[in-house]
Design a protein around this ligand. Structure first.
Ligand SMILES: Cc1cc2nc3c(=O)[nH]c(=O)nc-3n(C[C@H](O)[C@H](O)[C@H](O)COP(=O)(O)OP(=O)(O)OC[C@H]3O[C@@H](n4cnc5c(N)ncnc54)[C@H](O)[C@@H]3O)c2cc1C
Length: 280
């Protein structure tokens, strides 16, 4: 265990009051006991690409699942077992090597598998929960549980797994043709580059889409595209991307968020709900 400075997708940082990088279950449970004894709030993050660290001074304890069981990835027949600390990039490499299809839509998404499952990450009409069959996780009392998919509530960009610490996830996979899998991944990646702002630091789409509307299209039609606050901006390329184009701070992004929410409310009576989680 050591002190550490965390950095989110925007590049904003946080020095937690307590940081532990753990690679096994008993280490994780010890770290949880310690945070409880010290009276800290604690959080488990993945690669921090769906959170904005809004406050650089914090009484937060952060536990990172890294190495050991959390980096394990294993296939048995058609069941793929993936530790929460495995990155999407590592997962896709494994899929190519073993000719496994189904995860191509994740190509280019910065994420850990734990973060993607908890947030039900998705793109191009697919969601990671589509292939999930169960997860192993710790509950608030540090009991190890196995939850079948049918007992987990998944929704658009979210799940009730937020109340647990996800240790590993199990997916059903199909064998496919290696070259086709690679080609599909490349196509998804290219679609992403063409439509998203990959040049600047961001957490991807800032607001959730809703029934009958796309947040990006609403922001675009409101004329806010390109609006800046400090060196934070509403991306010229994709209006739902709030980006840090230089050395902005979290407050700049949060002001843009407020400007957007108020304007869209005035114009459409829709209050946009952030997809990116604000961590205080
Ligand atoms: C350029 C770009 C493009 C993107 N495109 C997409 C996209 O197409 N689709 C999409 O859905 N997202 C997209 N995102 C957002 C982001 O990549 C995803 O939401 C990603 O799945 C977040 O994973 P993470 O590991 O960074 O999670 P984090 O941001 O670290 O965590 C997200 C949440 O999950 C919780 N969490 C993480 N791990 C665990 C765990 N093991 N147990 C319990 N809770 C946990 C955290 O506490 C937090 O509440 C994009 C981001 C960028 C920068």
């Amino acid at each position: 265990m050591s002190d550490n400075v965390l950095s989110d997708g925007y590049g904003y940082s946080l020095k937690p009051a307590f940081f532990a990088s753990v690679s096994g279950l008993s280490e994780l449970k010890k770290a949880l006991d310690k945070t409880k004894n010290l009276g800290f709030r604690y959080r488990v993050f993945g690669s921090l690409h769906n959170v904005i660290l809004a406050d650089s001074k914090s009484d937060l304890a952060v536990l990172k699942l890294q190495g050991g069981i959390f980096s394990r990835i294993n296939i048995q027949k058609d069941i793929l077992e993936v530790g929460s600390g495995v990155t999407v990039r590592e997962l896709l490499k494994f899929c190519i090597k073993n000719s496994l299809s189904g995860f191509e839509f994740l190509a280019g998404m910065p994420s850990t598998v734990g973060g993607a499952v908890v947030g039900n990450a998705g793109s191009f009409g697919k969601e990671i929960s589509g292939h999930l069959i169960r997860v192993d996780c710790l509950d608030k009392e540090s009991n190890l549980l196995t939850l079948d998919k049918s007992s987990i509530v998944f929704k658009y960009r979210g799940s009730d797994l937020k109340n647990f610490i996800v240790i590993r996830s199990y997916f059903i996979v199909k064998r496919g043709d290696k070259n086709r899998i690679k080609k599909n991944m490349r196509e998804c990646f290219i679609k992403r580059i063409l439509s998203q702002d990959m040049l600047h630091s961001s957490c991807g789409c800032f607001f959730k889409n809703g029934t009958g509307y796309k947040a990006g299209a609403l922001i675009d039609s409101s004329g806010l595209k390109g609006r800046t606050r400090g060196s934070a901006a509403i991306s010229d390329k994709h209006a739902n991307f709030l980006v840090n184009s230089d050395n902005s701070c979290a407050d700049d992004i949060l002001s843009l968020k407020d400007i957007i929410q108020r304007k869209i409310w005035r114009q459409h009576r829709i209050w946009l709900d952030p997809e990116v989680e604000i961590v205080w």
